[in-house]
Write a protein of this length. Structure first.
Length: 278
């Protein structure tokens, strides 16, 4: 069965951190439709003033944050003592678990800085697990290339390739796809996952959907076993996210996502009382 378009979401301007201008694809309002994904931001600009203030020290609990860079760099510091810099094509996969405090400071490279941050919800039984920080360099990400497409397999399985990030708490597919002009991406997907596609360059079309999907638009898909996408005259770049839905209550305030309001309240009380880190 072919996965069909359920709805289209357009990224909207937002301001986060210490004044970073970005485009938010989805967030709190769609948290149950995009389960297990909570939030997707597409950040970056050719104007450093739009992002140079960055994301100073702040806490997280109950989620994973995934940062994927296209251009530029992000410098990371956290309460575990981790220090790292990710650059073009690199991935940072941070499991907040029981609690972590970190900061992320973007900086341009050759005048450019663009990327994505995805929030992944953690199942109830893992929300209070110890935090973990991982970096994946671009050179370590498997690539599947054909005459029609090039697919970077960041997480999950694509054909016979296993993604560069493994040992995940939630089943996830995360593919960055470059589709050549007028070519078709025709692949099997997991029928149990919720999938969406975010176009960040070019135009694509899907069967039985009359409108072209353009840059900075996301497609939410019905469940299916096949995904078919056709690129426009100039080709297209898009990210495919798929994940096993948790089907759990979501209590969410700022950087804390738990299952109940009491758990969220407790997290903030611990943060302000100085015993947030376990």
């Amino acid at each position: 069965m072919l996965a069909k378009v359920k709805s289209i979401i357009s990224a909207k301007p937002a301001i986060e951190g210490a004044g970073v201008r970005l485009n938010r694809v989805f967030d709190f309002q769609t948290r149950y439709q995009t389960d297990p994904f909570l939030l997707l931001d597409h950040f970056g600009s050719e104007n450093p003033k739009d992002y140079e203030a960055g994301f100073p020290w702040h806490p997280h609990r109950g989620i994973e944050t995934v940062t994927y860079m296209l251009q530029g760099e992000v410098e990371h510091f956290d309460s575990l003592g981790n220090v790292g810099v990710i650059g073009p094509g690199d991935v940072q996969w941070m499991t907040a678990g029981s609690g972590i405090i970190h900061q992320e400071m973007p900086r341009p490279l050759n005048g450019l800085m663009f990327g994505f941050q995805l929030w992944v919800n953690l199942p109830h039984e893992y929300k209070m697990f110890p935090p973990r920080y991982r970096e994946l360099k671009s050179s370590s990400i498997p690539i599947v290339e054909t005459t029609k497409s090039r697919v970077k397999v960041i997480a999950g399985r694509f054909r016979k390739k296993i993604g560069g990030v493994t040992e995940l708490y939630v089943g996830i597919d995360f593919f960055d796809v470059k589709l050549w002009p007028d070519s078709t991406f025709d692949e099997t997907i997991n029928p149990d996952y919720n999938y969406f596609v975010y176009v960040y360059d070019g135009v694509i079309s899907l069967p039985d959907f009359e409108h072209p999907v353009r840059s900075m638009e996301a497609i939410m898909l019905d469940k299916g076993r096949m995904l078919q996408i056709k690129a426009g005259d100039n080709g297209a770049n898009f990210i495919i996210f798929g994940g096993q839905p948790l089907n759990e209550p979501i209590a969410w305030r700022g950087p804390i996502v738990m299952n109940t309001e009491d758990e969220v309240k407790q997290a903030f009380e611990e943060f302000y009382n100085g015993n947030f880190i376990k």
